[in-house]
Write a protein that binds this ligand. Structure first.
Ligand code: ADE
Ligand code: ZN
Length: 345
């Protein structure tokens, strides 16, 4: 018999992380306070916070808008391609440690253009880090341009045309920012244009907005995936339909707690969504703001709901199957997941 010098330590290799895809991630929401200060210093920007503690004290949110106010304000430090690339690489490094093997990453081009940052600077910075991701971090990636639904459809259309004109390496479009009062019906022409350009279509719906926004995102915009969608649970006919059609829902439990869409994690509808047969997966949304990355979301779900191998396999499998990756990579990642399950048995 051998004894370890350190109580609790063993020679057994640490169990590999659950292999998964992250499908709901705003790259600007990965900007950590430390990086905000470092970029501010590099760019000679004076921040309205004396120190990290003062910035961190602002991370108490009452709803989506209270978060968005800080999220947009903090973007002021992103000025150069290098800034966008550094932010993206920091996310990819952390995501690799979380077991992310494929990431479909949203960015908010309008939020940067509105600050006077050229579209090409923002796109090229993020895209350059993504281009090296598979070799550097083992994570395949796709970039999605998300449009701010509190701005006009004309603004979104003009930025989309600019993205298409510069041949930006995007795989799809999304819709984010302040949901209530900005329904999917406002963006029908935007989605028609993106579809005609061969782009994949997703949208936030049913985060703070009603279940009817989920229905409209599906029927008016023709989206292939719903971001959040938790309020679909208020419409039983919609739940039946989404279960039958296996519409993917990219759920972000810690985000929903921090933005007060639910009171506590124990109140989160994820177990009910699974029980209803919905195609749900777990994501981090804006990990620098909501208390953790996707592995932290999984860890808290395991702790609060007692999720075991079966739930973890289903959630990770859904993330891989709901991604926009090609068949070969999808098959390889599903095989990795099967191997992870086998090793746990
Ligand atoms: N932009 C960044 N995170 C968001 C969220 N959770 N909902 C809407 N817009 C967002
Ligand atoms: Zn989001």
């Amino acid at each position: 018999m051998t004894f370890s010098a350190i109580p609790g330590a063993s020679d057994a290799p640490a169990p590999a992380m659950l292999p998964k895809a992250e499908l709901h991630l705003h790259i600007e929401g990965t900007l950590e306070p430390e990086l905000i200060f470092a970029l501010a210093q590099r760019n000679g920007i004076e921040l309205p916070y004396a120190d990290l503690a003062e910035l961190r004290a602002r991370y108490e949110f009452t709803d989506l808008q209270s978060f968005l106010d800080l999220y947009y304000a903090n973007m002021a430090v992103l000025r150069t391609e290098e800034d966008f690339a550094d932010m993206t690489r920091a996310y990819l490094r952390r995501a690799a440690a979380a077991g992310v093997r494929h990431a479909e990453i949203m960015m908010d081009p309008q939020a940067h253009v509105a600050r006077g940052v050229p579209l090409a600077t923002a796109i090229n910075g993020v895209a350059s880090a993504l281009a090296a991701s598979e070799a550097e971090f083992g994570i395949s990636t796709g970039l999605i341009a998300a449009f701010l639904r509190d701005l006009s459809e004309e603004s979104a259309l003009s930025v989309l045309e600019e993205l298409l004109g510069m041949d930006a390496p995007i795989i799809g479009i999304g819709l984010d920012s302040a949901e209530v009062g900005n329904p999917p019906s406002k963006f029908v022409r935007l989605y028609d244009r993106a579809r005609a350009a061969g782009l994949r279509l997703i949208a936030h719906a049913g985060e703070e907005g009603p279940a009817s926004y989920v229905t409209d995102a599906l029927d008016l915009l023709g989206v292939e995936r719903i971001d959040h969608g938790i309020r679909c649970m208020e419409d039983t006919a919609l739940v039946s339909r989404m279960s039958a059609e296996q519409v993917p829902l990219t759920v972000c439990p810690l985000s929903n707690v921090r933005l007060r869409a639910v009171d506590t994690l124990a109140d989160h509808p994820l177990p009910a969504m699974l029980a209803a047969g919905l195609n749900v997966c777990v994501n981090s949304d804006d990990p620098a703001y909501f208390g953790g990355h996707v592995d932290d979301n999984f860890a808290q779900l395991e702790a609060v709901f007692g999720f075991g191998t079966a739930e973890l396999e289903r959630l990770a499998g859904n993330s891989i199957r709901s991604s926009f990756i090609g068949l070969e990579r999808r098959t390889a990642l599903l095989a990795e997941l099967a191997e992870w399950v086998r090793a746990r048995d």
